[in-house]
Design a protein around this ligand. Sequence first.
Ligand code: NAD
Length: 257
Amino acid sequence: MKRVVIVGGAGRMGQALASGLGALDDVRVVALVDLHEPADLHGATFVSALDDVDASLIDAVVDFSSPESVVTSAQWCATHHKGLVIGTTGLSEDQRASVVAAATATGIVMASNFSVGAVLSERFAALAAPYFDRVEIIELHHDRKVDAPSGTSLSTARAISDARKAAGLAAMVDPTSRATVAGSRGAELDEGVKVHSVRLPGLVAHQEILFGAAGEGLTIRHDSFDRASFVHGVAIALRAVSAQPSMTIGLDSFIVT
Ligand code: NAD
C-alpha cells in the first residue's frame, strides 16, 4: 500500500486524482496539500503546506500544482527521501534544474502527459516520422490552461525530430514565404516541427499529429475526454517510483508493448 500526498489537491487534477487513486487497492491518499481547501477531501486530510505533513506517515508525493510549487515539493522529497511524481507543466529551465538536482537524493518521475493513450500516440508518431515529408501538431486544451504550447506537444515534437534526425532527414523548411498575419503558421520547434495551440471552453486535453507526404496523409489523434484518463498513468508512476535517486522523464519506459 502506497501512502500518498497530492500537492495541488484542491485543483481540477488534484480532485480527479484524489478520487481515482483513492479507489485503487494499493494506493491510499493521506493528505491533500493546497493553498485553499479542496471542495471534496475524498477521505484525506487538508494541509496547507508540505512542511505540515508528517513524513513518516507517507511514501510518495504527487504534484499537479504550479511550477513554483514543484520546486518546493522536489526539495521536500529530497530532504525526506520520498518518491515524487510530477505532472505539473510549464516549468522554466531553472525550475527543471532544481527538480533534476533533487533527483540526486530521491526518485522522481516527471511526465507532461500521464494518459497512456497519449504516450502511445507519441510512440506511433516517432514510428511514422521518418516516412513523411512534413508534420504539424495541433494541441487543443480547455481555456483555463495557463501555458502554451502544451508539455505534451513539446514532448511529441521532440520524439518526432529525434526520429527524423536518427533517419538522417534534413530539417523541414516552412514553404510559406509570406504570413499575412504574424503567427498564422504556429510556433516552429526543433527540425521545423510546427505546433498550433487551441484553447476553448469544454475541451479537456486533445492532440492531433498530422503527417503529409506525396499523395497521402496520416493523422494520429488522442483525446482525454475526462481527467480520469490521467489516473492510470499516475498509478503506474507511483508503483515505480521509490526513494532511490533517479530521474525518469515520461511514462514511456514503464509502458512495454
Ligand atoms: P488547477 O489550477 O485546477 O489546480 C492547481 C492547484 O494547485 C490549485 O488548487 C492551486 O491552488 C494549487 N497550488 C498552486 N500553487 C500551490 C502551492 N504553492 N502549494 C500548494 N498548492 C498550490 O490546475 P489543473 O488543471 O489541476 O492542473 C495542474 C497542473 O497539472 C498544470 O500544470 C497542468 O498543466 C498539469 N496537468 C498535467 C497533466 C499530465 O498528464 N502531466 C494533466 C493535466 C494537467
